[in-house]
Design a protein around this ligand. Structure first.
Ligand code: C2O
Ligand code: CU
Ligand code: CU
Length: 419
């Protein structure tokens, strides 16, 4: 790049999208009416992105899962006013992964995401290149962004009408912004990059045939080896890359990705294409070291509450309060708990900005095999206690919060200053 060149321009703009048949509704999108592009980055490169706010309200550009300095992380401290633009630059230091981006303006994240602001960000590296995983975009490697929406009787997306303080849900499912999708796939092994981009809905993904599939990656990178799964739970913001081998499946004519209630998420149509990727037995060298396991807990975070009574350590978010500090490059162990409330409580997907972390234990036990990889969001059921090892490569102020977006906007968020 020469000075002034940008690799990508992202404009947050208003759109008018046809979603339900015959109806258009006001939406938001990046560079289009609804949702945004897939940005493809490589480890080791310096990326310049021109961010433009063409909305008539403040927004931010947050890179969910990316290791970046706090001042380009796009948290609520970095708003762009209507009409403003900013070029941000960062180095891609982390390994191959499927990340995403979305707005994070103070108190307005949930509404802006609901209206359509979200996009994906892929990182590749030399190691991932060498693996011969399915990687032909749109041929045998597909983004699958799962979101639910409610429409009014006249076919509009109306956030206020749909609003629920415990997380806004919809009765219609969209995959990559499409209602009633169908995915044409080749015979052989196909990679799906599943992203739960919903405000609040959890999905437990399965194949309608009951066959198992292989999970190969978590939020922040490849697992050490493929993990055979019958069902896979994804809470808001969690990602998983899975491989489905369309050779040798039952009932290929009628195959869908479903969730555990039997709801069809994504029907498949197998085409004549052939794909010849192999899934190596060894994918990565992720490890929780003995040293990390033996570190004392230095930070405790208690998630509590429902609706607008949500707190972390008894407090609601305050833009002007730094809740914790940590030294750059230093690994600490945090203990996260989800304190049940008298109503039973609920799952809180807990997310930390600006880094990826390792799950050491869940309720004192070894985590499931598909949690043995880099994570930036971890789900806590009521009563759960999760220990994580975490360090930050960069300095700055970062948010941590529940990724039920209405909980985040209701103050279930805090900030850590890394210095
Ligand atoms: Cu998806 Cu504060 O993040
Ligand atoms: Cu984030
Ligand atoms: Cu929550």
């Amino acid at each position: 790049n020469t000075a002034g060149d940008v690799d990508y321009t992202l404009t947050a703009q208003k759109g008018n999208q046809l979603l339900l048949e015959g109806q258009t509704t006001e939406t938001y999108g990046y560079n289009g009416d609804f949702l945004g592009p897939v940005l493809k980055l490589r480890q080791g490169e310096t990326v310049r992105i021109k961010t433009v706010n063409a909305l008539d309200e403040d927004t931010t550009f947050h890179w969910h899962g990316l290791d970046v300095p706090g001042d380009v992380d796009g948290g609520p401290h970095n708003p762009l006013k209507p009409g403003e633009e900013r070029i941000i630059e960062f180095n891609v230091t982390q390994e191959a992964a499927t990340l995403w981006f979305h707005p994070h303006p103070h108190g307005k994240t949930s509404e802006q995401v609901y209206k359509g602001l979200a996009g994906l960000l892929y990182i590749e590296d030399e190691h991932s290149d060498s693996l011969n995983l399915p990687s032909d975009y749109g041929i045998n490697d597909f983004p699958v962004l799962l979101q639910d929406r409610a429409f009014t009787k006249t076919g509009e997306l109306n956030y206020e009408a749909a609003y629920n303080s415990d997380g806004t849900l919809g009765d219609r499912l969209l995959v990559n912004g499409t209602l009633d999708p169908k995915l044409s796939v080749p015979q052989g092994k196909v990679r799906l990059r599943l992203v739960n981009g919903s405000n609040a809905r959890n999905y437990t993904v399965a194949l309608s045939s009951g066959d198992s599939f292989q999970q190969i990656a978590t939020d922040g990178g490849l697992l050490n080896e493929p993990v055979a799964m019958d069902t896979l739970k994804l809470t808001p913001a969690e990602r998983a890359e899975i491989i489905i081998d369309f050779d040798g499946l039952q009932d290929v004519e009628n195959l869908s990705l479903v969730d555990d209630q039997g709801t069809i998420l994504l029907p498949f149509a197998v085409n004549d294409g052939q794909t010849s990727s192999e899934i190596p037995a060894k994918l990565n060298s992720f490890e929780v070291t003995g040293e990390e396991r033996n570190l004392p807990v230095t930070k405790r975070l208690e998630l509590f509450g429902m609706m607008d009574m949500v707190t972390i350590n008894g407090k609601k978010f305050d833009m002007n309060r730094i809740d914790m500090t940590q030294k750059v490059g230093e690994t600490e162990v945090w203990e996260l708990t989800n304190k049940p409330d008298p109503m039973g409580g609920m799952i809180h997907p807990f997310h930390i900005h600006g880094t990826q972390f390792k799950v050491i234990s869940v309720n004192g036990k070894e985590p499931d095999d598909n949690l043995k990889g880099w994570k930036d969001t971890v789900a806590l059921e009521p009563g759960d206690r999760v220990k994580i090892a975490i360090s930050f490569k960069n300095k700055g102020v970062y948010m941590y919060h529940c990724h039920i977006l209405e909980h985040e906007d209701n103050g279930m968020m805090g900030q850590i200053e890394v210095n």
